[in-house]
Design a protein around this ligand. Structure first.
Ligand code: AMP
Length: 300
């Protein structure tokens, strides 16, 4: 595996591959790799001639403290990437991604404000900006993203369609530990007690999924129940919970699929997870056009 640090060098290397007729799959990450990343890499490995992984803890999408605290282990990551058969690691320095005078950002205006985006619009602007940069630097044929970050995936699909990026976005399923907790780099920051508490998250999501499958359509009630289930665990504070249309992230739209989304804080660490479930059908007709009262719930 070749490690490249400079954007211009990466662009040149990728252009060479394309000229030789090779297809390139990109898996963008923040590093501290786990099973979730590896499943995307395996998919990319199957579907492309060459696989590039980027590792970059993007300062635009973090508050300074969280940026400092984000787990990093580039040597362990390199070993994993090597054994996964990755061809290129792009691991740029901050000053090469955001040199002095950097002044442009990309925002998916409406969609970024959905879910908790209203309060962390800057975070999603940081995500779309860095992904746009990675697409321009690497120009992959396909780019792989996890459904674990459903809002991010929706934003990137929208950005690619709106700004005509010539890349195919491919989504991978959420990979979970035995107890159902979604793998996340942040899980490494949890104490054993907090890690045990975190297993409440997938259980609560699954309970709400079951409710929807058995006919629950009142999103306000479903969200309240989700919060109640999560807060049975004293170490959990619910930062945000919502039940929305999976494509538009709009609580008032009842499309094909429903997204159950949650962000919780455990011991100061923010963990997010979601489940997508087919929207409920009544006598062969999808329940459509139901307006429900505001369903956003913030507990404690
Ligand atoms: P991150 O390094 O957390 O930014 O994640 C990089 C990519 O891996 C993103 O597309 C994530 O959605 C995806 N990802 C993170 N965790 C998981 C998981 N448990 N299962 C599947 N994909 C994941």
């Amino acid at each position: 595996m070749k490690t490249i640090r400079k954007p211009a060098t990466m662009t040149q290397a990728m252009a060479g591959l394309r000229q030789a007729g090779a297809s390139v799959g990109l898996v963008p990450t923040l590093g501290r790799l786990h099973e979730g990343h590896l499943s995307l890499i395996k998919k990319a490995r199957r579907e492309n001639d060459m696989v590039a992984v980027s590792i970059f803890v993007n300062p635009l999408q973090f508050k300074p403290k969280a940026y400092q605290a984000y787990p990093r282990d580039i040597e362990a990551d390199k070993k994993l990437l090597n054994s996964a058969g990755v061809d290129f690691l792009f691991a740029p320095e901050q000053e090469n991604m955001y040199p002095k005078g950097f002044d442009s950002q990309v925002e998916v205006v409406g969609l970024a404000g959905r879910l908790e985006g209203k309060s962390i619009r800057w975070h999603y602007r940081g995500v779309t900006t860095v992904v746009a940069k990675l697409f321009n630097i690497i120009q992959p044929d396909r780019a792989y993203f996890g459904r674990k970050d459903a809002h991010q995936l929706a934003l990137i699909r929208r950005m690619v369609a709106d700004l005509n990026f010539p890349v195919k976005i491919i989504a991978g399923p959420t990979i979970r530990a035995r107890d159902g907790l979604a793998h996340s780099s942040r899980n490494t920051l949890l104490t054993p007690e907090e890690r045990m508490a975190a297993s409440t998250i997938p259980k609560a999501l699954l309970a709400i999924e079951t409710r929807i499958r058995s006919g629950g359509v009142d999103r306000m009630a479903l969200t309240k129940e989700l919060v109640t289930l999560l807060t049975t665990e004293p170490l959990i504070t619910v930062d945000f919970a919502a039940v929305v249309d999976a494509d538009t992230l709009d609580p008032d739209i009842f499309g094909k699929k429903t997204l159950i989304h949650v962000a919780v804080i455990i011991g100061g660490k923010r963990l997010t997870d979601n489940r997508v479930v087919a929207s409920h059908m009544v006598a062969g007709h999808r329940v459509a056009g139901h307006r429900v009262a505001g369903h956003r719930v913030t507990s404690r």
